[in-house]
Design a protein around this ligand. Structure first.
Ligand code: C2E
Ligand code: MG
Ligand code: MG
Ligand code: MG
Length: 291
């Protein structure tokens, strides 16, 4: 089948579309065995205190070293893993690996203040698995202190979270594990609601920081973006939350964010996501290198 006028790109045998579907199927069918084969790896990205520039923690970000397709970033497979449920065993592996690594840094660098590890948690891990038991088990097994673990959930995972998710959040925060809201500002949640949940960190979505672009004179093209972010930070602080900005790429963005009270920064300015040994190299430093 093809459109008679020849303009349609979508014929039945569109090779590009077919290749895409085949890749997708190949990925879905190999997700579970890939966990057992050890094809996943974590990189870690620094979370930097904006006041003193010191490394406070790292976010664990999963990669798939695929034998056929090379290194795949999570946007290629996390959605698929959520659809077919393999996010549950994958998420368990991520949690255990990240906590083991955080404990390792602590043991290897006993003279440095310990850093926390922040782990992304998918909605299905809250609904379809016993996240509370998994977390307790991993902390017991690794010996990592609960306050050195932060879990990142999206707004959609906690919004309207009566019942199971709310109970899970409550139980987790009672153990001392910190809950962060990832990509904050892209969903529909409001701060007043979030502040009633056991949440202690807001991670401002990168799209807000991207608005902090400056011309040569250091003037933002759209000052309204900054007003909104500043107001969100003030409100978050008054509600007892701390704020992390994602996607901090320039020192101009960092200094403006610091001025308006942002607590923690994450982004290429400080470091891209890196293998664990690179984090070891940052542990003794007074301040995270920039740029
Ligand atoms: P996220 O949790 O919002 O993680 C931040 C993403 O922004 C990462 O992409 C990181 O590499 C990227 N990033 C960091 N700094 C900058 C910057 O300065 N500029 C720009 N343009 N990007 C920056 P990545 O690693 O590709 O991960 C994408 C998403 O995949 C994550 O977004 C998270 O939602 C999901 N993800 C990653 N690892 C896991 C995991 O273990 N479990 C689950 N459920 N989701 C994960
Ligand atoms: Mg995240
Ligand atoms: Mg994020
Ligand atoms: Mg994001």
């Amino acid at each position: 089948w093809a459109k008679a006028d020849g303009k349609s790109r979508w014929t039945l045998f569109d090779p590009e579309r077919n290749a895409h579907r085949m890749t997708r199927q190949a990925l879905v069918s190999t997700l579970r065995p890939a966990i057992e084969r050890g094809e996943f790896a974590l990189e870690y990205q620094p979370l930097v205190n904006m006041e003193d520039g010191r490394l406070r923690g790292v976010e664990a970000l999963v990669r798939w070293n695929h034998p056929q397709f090379g290194v795949l970033t999570p946007n290629r497979f996390i959605g698929l893993a959520e659809e077919d449920g393999s996010i549950v065993p994958l998420g368990r592996w991520v949690l255990a690996t990240a906590c083991r690594q955080a404990r390792r840094w602590q043991v290897d660098h006993p003279d440095e203040p310990p850093i926390f590890v922040s782990v992304n948690v998918a909605v299905r891990q809250v609904w379809d698995s016993d996240l509370v038991a998994d977390v307790a088990g991993v902390l017991a097994e690794t010996g990592l202190a609960p306050h050195l673990l932060q879990l990142e959930l999206t707004e959609s995972a906690v919004m309207g979270s009566a019942g199971r998710p709310l109970q899970a959040l409550q139980a987790l925060s009672e153990t001392g594990v910190r809950i962060a809201i990832d990509d904050f500002g892209t969903g529909y949640s409001n701060l007043a609601y979030l502040s009633r949940l056991p949440v202690s960190v807001l991670k401002l979505d990168g799209s807000f920081v991207r608005g902090f672009q400056y011309d040569g004179a250091g003037v933002a093209p759209n000052p309204a973006d900054e007003v909104v972010v500043e107001a969100m930070i003030q409100l978050a602080h008054r509600l007892g939350l701390t704020v992390t900005a994602e996607c901090v790429e320039t020192s101009a963005q960092a200094s403006r964010l610091r001025q308006i009270g942002c607590d923690t920064g994450q982004g290429w300015l400080y470091s891209r996501p890196v293998p664990p040994d690179r984090i070891s190299g940052l542990l003794g430093l007074r301040a995270c290198p920039q740029g």
